[in-house]
Design a protein around this ligand. Sequence first.
Ligand code: PPE
Length: 311
Amino acid sequence: MEPSDLIWMNGDFVAWDEAKVHVLTHGLHYGTGVFEGIRAYETDRGTAIFRHTEHLDRLAKSAELYYMPMPFGREELRAATHELITRNDLQSCYIRPLVFRGYGTMGLFPLDATVDVAIAVWEWGAYLGDEGKRAGIRAKVSSWRRIGPDSLIPHSKASGQYLNSVLAKIESQKAGYEEAILLDHLGHVCEGSGENIFVVTGGEIITPPQTASILDGISRRSVMRIAADLGHTVVERDIARAELYLADEVFLCGTAAELVPVREIDDHAIGTGEPGPITRAVQVVYEDALYGRDPRYADWLDVVGVPSTTS
Ligand code: PPE
């Protein structure tokens, strides 16, 4: 993050230090924003954005769920992101588009407030550490339940909803663990504070279903496809808390975190206490897909500078 870097705001490229909002911005007070977390990797074909279309689709859906009209279309945001990465001279980066209710209206009825859009890009290392990706992390089941579908919208990647993740993350860090695992409103396993979760038992790969208040993760979908391509059975079903402790392997996945083995949960060693063979095998192919090394997943990459074929 250099002051010379640019940020895209409402159609303009502005200097990093000039990308400002008013203190009475609606989203700052009420969390009325939606966002995405996307990554671009250096590949043989050039800098490539992983599953860009799917992320931009989810951004639009997250906005729609909160009655927020998107002032820019998917193609405009895609082109802006390409130009931003090029102008900031980045070979790999994290990409953060944010759509939020802006300045000018206070109070809880937001439909008259403006909708602003910003995109920032920066270099962001391994979210749970390089060592975590290699050797696995220690996690704690949070005392905070994941937001329920009867109070907020788990399917929307909305800014205000992240207070839930923040509480869980603080609790786990203060207790000496690297990540929190949240249960859903019914007590079933849901996900990490910023990752989806997979459990491996008896050779079967299990992950919580859409009805378990998960974020419909794009890494999750990619991992499910890769695991199936490797010949594994992948099942979406509710998971009981004790199944975590009894599992042969557990891993988390998300854009920022990528694929991270979990070696211990609530002080129970998972399997042998080291990343298991299925986790490792899926992790290797997943990383190959991210870096464009596996031709089977070449169409998941949006190469920066290459025009869209969809419009
Ligand atoms: N659940 C939550 C709550 C979540 O925030 C993420 C992504 C996922 C699951 C995985 O979704 P996907 O990235 O589509 O596979 N979390 C983003 C934000 C992290 C942050 O600290 O900010 C991310 O990974 O970019």
